[in-house]
Ligand binder design. Structure first.
Ligand SMILES: *Cc1c(COP(=O)(O)O)cnc(C)c1O
Length: 371
């Protein structure tokens, strides 16, 4: 056998994630591996925590990166906050809300579903009705930025409703973090998870999370042990928390964390508000070009995510053939539709480092040539 080293092609990633990883993040990940309890590494972890508090806009002590992708951040929130018998109101308007239901039930909770059409935002009125009908509910969960459709929900209002009815709120911010306004403390979000590979433009494999003091209290008062050993926050915090006195829990993905650190430094240097504005103005540029080609959007303008543009595939155009040709002839990746939207839409991402004019021009000219 003589398999040689793997050299991936250089693609432009304009799908639903991962997004383009910048040269400086790739370079950071190629730096020497140190021990995960090395004092230099611990200093870096402290900086990652501070930078995450900045991008989440929170002072939450319990803020760190789960050593696994966004789905593990999701699981971490539910496994720690849902106890057997807990009633959780889950708002679903796409694929990822469905995974929340799955998580609640696997934790022994009871999910009460609030459904909205795919492509629409979560309707606050429906949530309020569900809260009134279920006064025993203890948690509300929803997706801020539904990557399956490109719809953005009003997180501030939804969390306000949860709070008004005595519930804690779990928010999926995998695609929203650093791409669209998100203010964890101001909006009083209790548990939130994201991913390293969307608008942070780091490599996949890490899930930034943050928990409010209220959430931490619910976790510390649990009657039952968190059924996942790996994700049990009481144990993980011995590693990520506590000033200097870190104990071994698991081996952190050292080089992956160098990448996350670098991507967070990039957001800090740009300024979070500037990053939000860049995503918005680039979305408008892409939209203009697509509309000139007669291509229209799935999501009503008021709820459109700037970092994930879901557009109808023009009549008579072969979905798979176009995406394959874009990838093979243009090294350009765009996303397919999921579930009921498969074959009907494309999902064009403008996330993080990929959200720039050169990519928009390239995407539009490649699409024109291929269609
Ligand atoms: C990508 C995504 C996830 C899952 O993240 P992974 O890193 O793929 O595990 C969860 N929720 C939303 C909204 C996403 O876009």
């Amino acid at each position: 056998m003589s398999i040689s080293s793997f050299h991936p092609p250089r693609r432009i990633l304009m799908g639903p994630g991962p997004s383009d990883v910048s040269e400086s993040v790739l370079a950071a990940m190629a730096r020497p591996t140190v021990g995960h309890l090395d004092p230099s590494f611990i200093t870096m972890m402290d900086e990652v925590k501070t930078l995450l508090q900045y991008v989440f806009q929170t002072k939450n002590e319990l803020t760190f990166a789960v050593s696994a992708p966004g789905s593990a951040g999701m699981e971490c929130c539910f496994a720690n906050l849902v106890e057997p018998g807990d009633k959780v109101i889950v708002c679903q308007n796409g694929v990822f809300g469905g995974r929340m239901k799955e998580n609640v039930e696997r934790c022994g909770g009871v999910a009460v579903m609030v459904q909205d059409d795919w492509g629409q935002a979560v309707d606050p009125q429906k949530l309020e009705e569900a809260l009134i009908q279920n006064p025993d509910a203890v948690l509300v969960a929803f997706v801020h930025a539904e990557t399956s459709t490109g719809a953005q929900s009003d997180a501030k209002t939804l969390v306000e409703l949860a709070r008004k009815h005595g519930c804690l709120a779990i928010v999926d911010a995998v695609t929203s973090l650093a791409g669209t306004p998100l203010k964890v403390d101001e909006w009083q979000i209790d548990a939130i998870y994201s991913g390293s590979q969307k608008c942070l433009s780091s490599s996949p494999g890490l899930s930034p999370v943050s928990f409010s003091p209220r959430a931490a209290e619910k976790i510390s008062k649990r009657q039952t042990k968190v059924q996942s050993w790996f994700l049990d926050l009481n144990l993980v915090m011995g590693y990520w928390g506590g000033e200097g006195k870190r104990a071994y829990h698991h081996t952190a993905p050292v080089n992956c964390l160098y990448g996350l650190h670098e991507s967070l430094v990039i957001v800090q240097d740009e300024g979070l508000e500037n990053a939000w504005e860049r995503h918005q103005s680039n979305h408008l540029l892409l939209r203009q070009g697509l509309e000139q080609m007669g291509i229209s959007f799935l999501v009503p303008e008021a709820y459109r995510l700037p970092q994930l543009n879901t557009v109808f595939i023009p009549e008579g155009v072969d979905d798979a053939a176009v995406r394959t040709q874009l990838l093979t002839d243009y090294n350009l990746e765009i996303g397919a539709g999921l579930g009921a939207l498969a074959g009907k839409v494309w999902r064009i991402g403008l996330m993080g480092h990929a959200s720039k004019q050169a990519n928009i021009d390239y995407c539009l000219s490649s699409l024109k040539a291929v269609i």
